[in-house]
Design a protein around this ligand. Structure first.
Ligand SMILES: Nc1ncnc2c1ncn2[C@@H]1O[C@H](COP(=O)(O)OP(=O)(O)OP(=O)(O)O)[C@@H](O)[C@H]1O
Ligand SMILES: Nc1ccn([C@H]2C[C@H](O)[C@@H](COP(=O)(O)O)O2)c(=O)n1
Length: 236
């Protein structure tokens, strides 16, 4: 007797939320567990910001940033166990996490021409993952509202600035004194305010997104809850 194992129904998942809510950790964990692709859209915006900075382009010069929007070649690897990001063939996974890029990325990502270019990349990657595999988990700020409005499942992660700052501060390492925590919190709030108040595709919760406060949940609990929601969509 032959038994055929059918491929899982491809599911496209959008996970949005402010900085430090656990989008990347949750998305990678769920995608790896369910055999899905993973896309870190923040890394794409960080990568194009890195390119601008290394070319001496002022992130505040929106005209020059816009004029260069199509220039860098940005390639994302979607393996949740080993995601990659290259700019013109160079692995930039480390420099894009630095303070200079973190301080400039909100300004660059507010430029409409930058968003149009990166959104096109994101949609192509998601479409390919839906066509050829089990689907994809795409995490960012505007995935459920703008990039993939027809996603099969939309989730918006939240947590208080205090919780998010403690997590980010813990991630950055070093002494966890009150001053450092306050500085980390201030930087998160600065970036979230910029990301949610910009005109072009701001950070926002889609009306049909499931909101999940992660403050009192472990990462494993969040992964389990999100995974269960995806399994429901697969069997629907
Ligand atoms: N539910 C949780 N409980 C405790 N720690 C968590 C939880 N979720 C994530 N973390 C930790 O918080 C830190 C930030 O998580 P992560 O990078 O996934 O957040 P993010 O929303 O993607 O942030 P950003 O948008 O700035 O990239 C990491 O050290 C991660 O391990
Ligand atoms: N879909 C997205 C993802 C990210 N951004 C911008 C805004 C963020 O502050 C920045 C870095 O993202 P992170 O690495 O912290 O997830 O990139 C955006 O505008 N849209």
């Amino acid at each position: 007797m032959r038994t055929t194992v059918s491929a899982p129904t491809p599911v496209v998942v959008a996970i949005d939320g402010p900085s430090g809510t656990g989008k990347s950790s949750t998305s990678k964990g769920v995608a790896a567990r369910l055999g899905m692709a993973y896309l870190d859209t923040g890394a794409q915006y960080r990568a194009i910001t890195w390119w601008m900075l290394t070319r001496g382009i002022d992130p505040a010069d929106t005209a020059e940033v816009a004029a260069a929007a199509e220039k860098p070649e940005i390639v994302s690897g979607t393996d949740p166990l080993a995601p990659t990001i290259t700019v013109d063939g160079t692995d930039v996974s480390t420099p894009i996490r630095g303070a200079e890029v973190t301080g400039a990325v909100s300004a660059v990502s507010a430029v409409p021409e930058i968003r149009a270019r990166i959104t096109g990349l994101q949609r192509s990657i998601a479409a390919e993952a839906a066509r050829s595999g089990a689907g994809i988990v795409v995490e960012g700020r505007d995935i459920g509202t703008t990039v993939l409005p027809d996603a099969d499942l939309k989730i918006f992660l939240t947590a208080s600035p205090e919780v998010r700052a403690a997590r980010r501060s813990g991630e950055l390492g070093g002494p966890q004194d009150a001053a450092r925590l306050a500085a980390t919190r201030a930087d998160l709030v600065r970036r979230d305010t910029a990301d949610s108040s910009r005109t072009a595709s701001p950070l926002a919760r889609a009306a049909d997104a499931v909101e999940l406060d992660t403050a009192d949940l472990t990462l494993e609990q969040v992964i389990e809850r999100v995974g269960a929601m995806i399994e429901e969509r697969r069997s629907a």
